[in-house]
Ligand binder design. Structure first.
Ligand code: RIB
Length: 370
């Protein structure tokens, strides 16, 4: 029975009614820097120095402040620190597709380095959209991130370079900086495309398809260029011409890979092998072939790109061009920390070499198999 004379509404069957806290007022008041200063017997400025510049605080005072923080459970607010122009201790990361294990492996490498330097990540997915990328660049700027790791969604780097010009250390992930004053960490995708095509040519395939993402994505353009270079080299030999046909899909996802199978099988004559611009496309192609009751590699040899974790677990296990995903992210993070900590830093591009991992999804074409 309530004492204010107002009868509580009878509980509705099945719904447990609980008294609602005053909306908008926290149940427990957050510990503030003033509470810590009062308990430690020092000024608020001394607590702020103990947090941000402990080296200028007397050891015994620092110990008293640290003990007061431990006893009250005080958690500093970076937002307050930012208002005074402090560091957010946050690094923004923008990748093309968070659902792609290539990027999550790369982000994991970056996180393991940045965590050791006291940073946390704000990870965003541009979904291969330059508009969505710009939206996140604006939000990360508002959050005053201390650094940016980004795989650009388009050729244009102007907006990214603008953030770097504001003094935000920026490193391009899986993309060259061209002539922008930015660090970058990449893999030689032209070489990767060559490895994939050369492998199939050496198996005896003379009719190869390429399921590729949009040419606006530099990695896709480079892989195609590399594959064409290998095909042209092979085509010069007296043995035979090599047919190389590209099927471009709107995005580098398994769904678009599966949908590409219809176009693949409609090619006349049907290719004996297919290179996919990444392992998600290859996963989709394998699914589409299974739906068409076709079995790789007998009916179509399949080669992917990235060598993500699931590549070796597929049936047949996927031949793929391996990229050092974790190292890409870790290296980019080390470049960013070097630049952010104000030490001697010069922008540089670090390039890794891809490696072909041959598995069961690629074999010689039936026609020339012994
Ligand atoms: O960054 C573009 C592509 O390169 C991604 O799809 C990823 O899989 C890598 O291969």
């Amino acid at each position: 029975m309530r004492t204010d004379g107002v009868e509580p509404a009878p509980p509705t069957a099945g719904i447990v009614q609980r008294p609602v806290r005053d909306a908008g007022r926290p149940a427990v008041q957050r510990v503030t820097i003033r509470d810590v200063a009062s308990l430690a017997g020092v000024s608020v400025a001394t607590v702020s120095n103990a947090l941000n510049r402990p080296s200028i605080v007397a050891p015994d005072t620092l110990e008293r402040v640290q003990e007061a923080i431990a006893r009250t459970g005080f958690v500093r607010s970076t937002a307050a620190g930012q208002l005074r122009g402090g560091k957010s201790r946050t690094v923004g990361v923008v990748v093309l597709d968070l659902a792609n294990p290539f990027f999550t492996d790369m982000v994991r490498g970056a996180e393991d380095v940045l965590r050791k330097h006291g940073y946390m990540l704000m990870v965003c997915s541009s979904d291969e959209s330059t508009e969505q990328e710009l939206h996140y660049l604006r939000l990360l700027e508002e959050h005053r991130v201390d650094g940016l790791l980004i795989t650009p969604a388009g050729h244009e780097l102007r907006e990214i370079a603008k953030l770097a010009a504001y003094g935000v250390p920026t490193v391009l992930l899986d993309r060259d900086a061209n002539d922008e004053a930015l660090c970058s960490v990449t893999v030689d995708d032209i070489r990767g495309g060559q490895l994939a095509a050369h492998h199939l040519l050496e198996l005896g395939h003379a009719d190869i398809a390429f399921v590729n993402g949009p040419a606006t994505i530099r990695q896709c353009a480079d892989r195609r260029e590399g594959a064409m270079t290998a095909v042209r080299a092979k085509g010069r030999r007296p043995r035979r011409d090599v047919v190389f046909r590209e099927i471009e899909v709107p995005a580098l996802t398994a769904d678009h890979g599966e949908r590409a199978v219809g176009a693949l099988l409609a090619l006349e004559p049907r290719p004996t092998a297919v290179i996919c611009a990444n392992d998600l496309l290859a996963l989709g192609v394998l699914k589409g072939l299974a739906s068409a009751r076709l079995a790789p590699p007998e009916d179509l040899a399949v080669v992917g790109y990235d060598d993500v974790t699931f590549a070796s677990m597929l049936s047949p296990a996927l031949t793929s061009v391996r990229q050092p995903k974790y190292e890409l992210g870790a290296t980019a993070a080390r470049l960013l920390v070097e630049e952010a900590t104000g030490g001697a830093h010069e922008h540089r591009s670090i390039r890794f070499e891809p490696e072909l991992v041959v598995r069961a999804s690629s074999r010689a074409p039936r026609a020339i198999r012994p």
